[in-house]
Design a protein around this ligand. Structure first.
Ligand code: TRP
Length: 349
């Protein structure tokens, strides 16, 4: 029997929810978010943003968090945070997240959400926190010491999810330990004080991870990611200087030819064509022709998104208003939930 916290069980639950979402959208409250540390790229777009828009348009209650406090889990500066937050918001809006349907907010602006941290911390043990593999990986990758925040931010993430009674959380596999912790916290709270919080599940993406232009994991720090906010010219330049191999004949082979295959996958996802078909079409055209094809595919796909983004760039007052309104609504919801929590705990004065 696979145990309840295993990957297989999470996949199965996720698949069941995916099938039920179009049938009972009203039963679901989605919450997910991003750390505002830089611009969103094609990997974010196909891995999660597109899916959020689909859920939003199905009629699911959708909430998107710009997790500004999470920026300081593994870095010691908040330089550019305001700029990063507004740019992230513009990326969202450009990609079709509609602020009339989706609540977009920053958790630093929602005190009642953050206050859930106190009762929630009482429901987890130090050992449980120390075991979290994602926290360990982040600590190693960043070289940052294990501060109190880095150790406990998964509890804060439970506050993010539970303040709005989120029950579906679209995330990547690395976030599963946090979802599991959220489930534990909700259950323990409900057992101890009475039912306030829902059962939470991860919604795992059904599209395979898009590799970067060089076939490695897509990451801004590798210089292999195409940002949504880049111009068509910047995109062309980045693709042009991406590494390929010495073989002229283009074939799709992610194991043996990661660079060429990363380029082919990028074109495939933007055109909806298969990788093999594209590779065969380019054939002896070589890397030059492949890059030309990828550039056109990406720029054509992103053109309407970039066009919208450009309009928001020219209307920052609107962008600020969207966030202010999202934060206002988030505060309303958080205060109502905190009132329920205090009531359940008998803290009525
Ligand atoms: N940890 C997530 C990330 O690094 C961002 C995040 C913060 C989040 N709070 C969340 C995701 C709540 C889902 C639910 O991308």
């Amino acid at each position: 029997m696979p145990n309840e916290g295993s990957y297989e069980v999470a996949v199965e639950r996720s698949n069941r929810i995916r099938a039920d979402l179009p049938i009972h959208p009203e039963s679901y409250t989605m919450l997910t978010g991003d750390r505002p540390t830089g611009r969103l790229h094609l990997g974010h777009y196909f891995g999660t943003l597109k899916g959020r828009v689909e859920l939003q348009n199905l009629g699911v209650r959708t909430n998107v968090l710009i997790a500004d406090y999470q920026v300081i889990t593994d870095r010691d500066t908040t330089a550019n945070i305001q700029d990063n937050v507004y740019n992230m918001l513009m990326d969202y809006l450009a990609c079709g997240i509609d602020p009339d349907k989706t609540m977009i907010y920053t958790h630093s602006a929602v005190p009642a959400c953050n206050q859930l941290m106190l009762p929630f911390l009482s429901l987890v043990s130090e050992a449980e926190l120390q075991r979290n593999p994602t926290v360990k990986a982040e600590m190693e990758a960043s070289g940052h010491e294990l501060t109190g925040l880095l150790l406990t931010y998964p509890v804060h993430q439970a506050c993010d999810i539970l303040f709005c009674k989120g029950n579906v959380v679209p995330v990547g596999r690395d976030q599963l330990p946090h979802i599991e912790l959220t489930r534990t916290i909700a259950r323990k709270f409900n057992n101890r004080y009475g039912k306030v919080f829902p059962e939470v599940d991860a919604l795992l993406s059904d599209t395979p991870l898009l590799p970067g232009l060089d076939g490695r994991k897509m990451s801004k720090s590798y210089g292999n990611a195409i940002s949504i906010s880049m111009t068509a010219e910047e995109t062309a330049k980045l693709i042009k200087k991406s590494k390929t191999d010495g073989e002229r004949m283009i074939t799709f082979d992610p194991e043996a030819r990661p660079e060429v295959s990363g380029l082919i996958s990028t074109a495939a996802i933007c055109t909806g064509r298969s990788e093999v078909e594209i590779a065969e079409e380019i054939g002896m055209g070589g890397a030059g022709q492949l890059k030309k094809y990828v550039t056109e595919a990406v720029n054509e796909y992103l053109a309407p998104i970039r066009e919208r983004r450009h309009q928001f760039e020219g209307d920052l007052a609107y962008v600020r208003d969207v966030l202010a309104e999202g934060n206002r609504r988030a505060n309303e919801i958080a205060e109502a939930t905190l009132a329920e929590v205090r009531e359940a705990m008998g803290m009525r004065y």
